[in-house]
Design a protein around this ligand. Structure first.
Ligand SMILES: Cc1cc2nc3c(=O)[nH]c(=O)nc-3n(C[C@H](O)[C@H](O)[C@H](O)COP(=O)(O)OP(=O)(O)OC[C@H]3O[C@@H](n4cnc5c(N)ncnc54)[C@H](O)[C@@H]3O)c2cc1C
Length: 412
């Protein structure tokens, strides 16, 4: 029997662990569907470090469905084109145009918007729903399933603990997910040998060298990328991504000297630009063995992580969350029972492998192939794909994750 807490029986709600982009968008979709939500995050505020920036067409279409799409588009930069260049010659060997997807999506472009701004939009919209509560900083330290409910224990910064209950728990608590570990769900995959360095500057790559807002620079030894984001004042900031092949210590690879040496190799005209921000990452490719165990579901990075090339982690995570909410809403309305959550696993997990893992690995291999002959063959192929209208569109249908979304919907 459920006990009343405020307006709702405490079992008649869902706990979302994590207030990153996936947790917040998922929570917003749930409250709009009339499902009460309690959300926890271990951090006091949303981190503003440089992570996701690209929101794809398929995600923008999904965000329209929860009233968020227009705000993301308004705050972001429309990126209709993306480019591949050779580092050695600076020649563009392939350019793709999302405009070719005009018949397939309401958003034939990607939007460049920092993920903490997407989170801020969702959190702002959530304030309109009295059946949503966000508690932070509170760290989830126990998740225990019972027959009718899940018990979650949170720990505050002063070490005090509190018990909570809900009908279901969604782990949106990132790649190191406590929720996933608490349920003994494996996270097989691998970690890339190289680390990635993100550098942010105000140097205008468009003005200097006609870069698009999303660009990949291929090279067997030192590939890199150039991306534009709105930046703190919305007037534009540029991000470069460089791989770190060896084991140099963090203080070396985050130093001005190391970064300036990479600019010398890739963008000599920008070598003296002030460095606004730098972040060092380890990069993994992993998919959870299951996205569901009983009353506990995983979405976003807690369920799958990948390298950032192609911008698919947050996008596919939002796709998970909104797919799951469709099913939760059916359960809430009494139109389906719990077995529908197995369908969530079937629709999202194999496709995370087929699209997100396969494409992000392929994107990285395209840029870096160590064997120059193999590399040239891949670059040529990509150039041919861009030139052929049919292949061009097919490439974008995968890159924008529209195909992933449609294929998931067809799985019964
Ligand atoms: C350099 C870089 C660039 C990227 N670019 C893109 C891109 O362009 N497009 C794209 O789609 N993806 C991109 N990604 C991936 C994207 O950042 C992630 O996929 C995304 O952050 C996943 O969101 P999430 O909400 O699942 O997890 P997170 O953003 O990691 O949020 C998890 C939240 O859970 C909280 N939490 C963790 N443990 C607990 C606990 N025990 N209790 C309570 N709260 C907890 C954390 O504090 C955090 O707020 C990029 C990643 C990197 C590193």
């Amino acid at each position: 029997m459920s006990t009343k807490l405020g307006l709702y029986p405490i079992l008649d709600r869902v706990i979302v662990v994590g207030a990153g982009p996936v947790g917040c968008v998922t929570a917003l979709a749930m409250v709009r569907a009339g499902i009460p939500v309690i959300q926890f995050d271990a951090a006091a505020t949303t981190p503003t470090e440089h992570r996701a920036a690209t929101t794809h067409s398929s995600t923008l279409d999904l965000l329209d469905g929860i009233g968020m799409g227009a705000r993301v588009v308004a705050d972001g930069l429309k990126a209709q084109y993306f480019q591949y260049r050779y580092r050695e010659t600076n020649k563009v060997f392939a350019e793709f145009d999302f405009g070719r997807l005009a018949d397939e999506t309401n958003h034939p472009y990607a939007v460049q918007l920092e993920q903490h701004k997407t989170v801020a939009i969702a959190l702002d919209m959530l304030t309109a729903y009295p059946h949503h509560e966000l508690h932070r900083p509170l760290k989830v330290v126990e998740v225990e399933q019972g027959a009718d409910a899940v018990k979650v224990v949170t720990e505050a910064e002063d070490g005090s603990r509190k018990d909570w209950q809900a009908r279901y728990v969604i782990g949106c608590d990132g790649g190191r997910s406590f929720v996933r570990k608490s349920q003994g769900i494996d996270f097989p995959g691998f970690t890339w040998e190289e680390r990635f360095m993100i550098v942010a500057t105000l140097f205008d790559f468009e003005k200097a060298d006609n870069y698009r807002y999303r660009n990949y620079i291929a090279d067997p030894n030192l590939w890199c990328s150039v991306f534009k984001i709105p930046g703190p004042d919305g007037r534009g900031m540029w991000r470069n991504l460089f791989p770190i092949m060896g084991n140099e210590p963090e203080e070396v690879v985050t130093s001005d000297d190391w970064i300036r040496a990479r600019y010398d190799e890739c963008f000599p005209y920008a070598r003296d630009t002030p460095i606004i921000h730098r972040n060092l990452y380890s990069v993994h490719q992993r998919v959870a063995a299951s996205f569901r165990k009983g009353r506990v579901m995983l979405a976003g990075d807690s369920a799958h992580i990948n390298n950032p090339l192609g911008g698919m982690g947050m996008n596919s995570g939002i796709g998970d969350g909104l797919n799951l909410v469709d099913k939760l809403a059916k359960v809430w309305r009494g139109e389906a029972d719990d077995t529908i959550f197995d369908l969530y696993d079937r629709q999202r997990r194999p496709l995370a492998q087929k699209y997100v893992q396969a494409q992000s690995i392929q994107n990285k291999e395209t840029l870096q192939a160590a064997d120059p002959a193999a590399a040239n063959k891949r670059f040529e192929e990509l150039g041919k794909t861009a030139e052929d209208p049919k292949r061009h569109k097919a490439f974008l249908m995968n890159a924008s994750l529209i195909n992933m979304m449609r294929e998931a919907a067809a799985i019964g």
